[in-house]
Design a binder for this molecule. Structure first.
Ligand SMILES: C[S@@+](CC[C@H](N)C(=O)[O-])C[C@H]1O[C@@H](n2cnc3c(N)ncnc32)[C@H](O)[C@@H]1O
Length: 499
């Protein structure tokens, strides 16, 4: 089973994947990929703040890609997107479609014949994306538009609160992997449908017959002197009915018709439908939260992966962000390939995958692997450096030496003309047992997986506070120490390639 984390543009990396090598792809593209830190969350997130605007814009990349569409995608898709460009102009929406069309075409190529794709999108653009998907996968392979209620209430002036995302589900062909998944009964459902109770619990009475006359078979016999009604047969053979009777699970009406007591726990629950209201967004106190605004809940990915792949299959997430799909795939015993253009995102993904598997099994690409690259990164992009440093330190084989310490990386970041000190940290052992205190607003969020992002305090102030709150010293990351230590690490270092 592959386990790969590739820091690169996904179009290029998709091109390198063999055809028919992936059973399930989940795509969660951003609305503004050009913004390197659009995803960083703040403790005091200000709605409408520039730094977190979630939009596409017509860019040089879109300008360069649009004329190449006929070479990148099938003729009908190229014609569709080109027509939209002519009709709607160089808009943010068309930029989104120009960028997605070639990636979707590559996804179709790499899917196995029984594979599927789920595309997570915003209702503002999902209907346009759906036409691109219809043209790429065929309308007949459209399976569901899943409505995910990601939040409960959203105050919006002069319109209804926008609380849902759309997830479009297509299979590559008519035969595709599908495992039915179930939700447990809600309290209201149990109240309504399981009205009676005995010493074994609440139950409902169900018929013991099924449609179809099977006269002459073992499903058609006399039960307490009664034959099944015309056109029906007994749902179970005689031995099974006798077992039910022995267990006290049959109730006979005054005219002798048997009915079976079905208890709440007998069935798997209610099959999931295409409106998902039972998976909540990650709130401020969630253990999963790592400080990435667009991070999706594990439960969401677990449901998708469990439904549309089998153990041992490969799951692909070409916009993997913090690696939610990778963690879910690992937990469900699937192989995985994650891609993200951002070193920051890949570093967080790596740190999240670390407690789930032996990192020596993970192939990494696009992480700095020599001192010069690391120093350049530290100078040009201190935040990405801090993230990379901490996540790499956490992967080192000799990390035992740091037990009970935190590897920390820090830097300054300008967002919307304001300067912030940011800090990342990774506990150098499987988990920090100590419960983290509720973070005072002014210090920024302390995410339990190990990243602290954005504070208007000075770096020293932030460090001191983190150390004091956690009661654990922070270990400063030195560039050459990091790279040398990494080189010493057998498995991981071997699979790290230069950018
Ligand atoms: C909405 S986020 C994904 C969040 C993810 N599902 C999670 O749970 O954390 C989208 C990600 O796509 C990445 N991205 C944008 N354009 C990309 C490209 N051309 N190639 C690879 N990754 C890209 C961004 O860096 C960002 O991390």
């Amino acid at each position: 089973m592959p386990r790969k984390l590739l820091r690169c543009d996904n179009l290029q990396a998709l091109g390198e994947l063999p055809s028919r090598s992936v059973t399930l792809a989940y795509l969660d593209p951003p609305f503004n990929s050009g913004r390197p830190y659009e995803a960083i969350v703040a403790s005091s997130w200000e709605p409408g703040s520039e730094a977190f605007r979630d939009q596409w814009s017509w860019s040089d990349e879109a300008e360069a890609t649009a004329p190449l569409l006929p070479q990148l995608v099938d003729a009908p898709v190229a014609a569709l997107v080109t027509n939209l460009l002519e009709t709607l102009g160089r808009t943010d929406l068309v930029a989104y479609l120009v960028m997605m069309a070639p990636r979707v075409a590559e996804i179709r190529r790499v899917l196995t014949d029984d594979g599927s794709v789920y595309v997570h999108c915003d209702p503002a653009a999902s209907h346009y994306l759906k036409i691109v998907l219809d043209h790429t996968f065929g309308v007949e392979n459209f399976r569901n538009e899943i409505i995910w209620r990601r939040t409960h209430a959203h105050s919006s002036s002069r319109r209804y609160g926008p609380v849902h995302d759309v997830i479009l589900f297509y299979s590559k062909g008519p035969k595709y992997v599908w495992n039915k998944t179930y939700a447990s009964y809600s309290a209201a459902y149990i109240e309504k449908h399981f009205r009676t109770e005995d010493d074994k619990g609440r139950y409902q009475l169900i018929t013991c017959t099924a449609p179809g006359d099977r006269t002459g078979t073992r499903a058609h016999y006399e039960w307490h002197g009664q034959l099944p009604p015309p056109g029906r047969h007994w749902a179970w053979k005689r031995e099974r009915m006798e077992a039910f009777e022995h267990e006290g699970r049959l109730v006979h009406s005054s005219n002798g018709v048997p009915r079976l007591k079905r208890y709440v726990d007998d069935g798997p629950g209610v099959a999931h439908q295409d409106i998902w209201t039972d998976i909540n967004r990650l709130d401020a106190h969630s253990h999963e939260r790592v400080g990435y605004e667009t991070q999706k809940p594990l439960l969401l990915l677990e449901r998708i992966i469990a439904s549309s792949s089998r153990p041992g299959d490969t799951v692909l997430d070409p916009f993997c962000g913090t690696g939610t799909a990778l963690v879910a795939a690992e937990r469900l015993n699937r192989g995985w390939i994650g891609m993200d253009a951002s070193l920051l995102a890949c570093s967080i993904a790596l740190a999240r995958v670390r407690p789930e598997t032996n990192l020596k099994r993970v192939e990494l690409r696009g992480f700095p692997d020599d001192v010069a690259t690391a120093i350049r990164l530290k100078r040009d992009d201190p935040v990405a450096f801090g993230m990379w440093g901490t996540s790499m330190l956490a992967t080192l084989a000799d990390r035992q030496a740091f037990t009970s310490t935190l590897a920390a990386g820090s830097g300054s970041l300008r967002i919307a003309r304001r300067q912030f000190e940011v800090m990342s940290w990774v506990p150098l052992r499987a988990r920090v047992d100590r419960a983290l205190p509720r973070s005072p607003k002014r210090y920024g969020r302390l995410a339990k997986v190990g990243f602290v992002l954005r504070s208007s305090r000075s770096e020293d102030g932030l460090r001191g506070w983190v150390e004091e709150q956690l009661g654990i010293p922070l270990q400063e990351v030195e560039v050459d120490e990091l790279v040398t230590a990494e080189a010493r690490t057998s498995g991981v270092a071997r699979s790290v390639h230069a950018t």
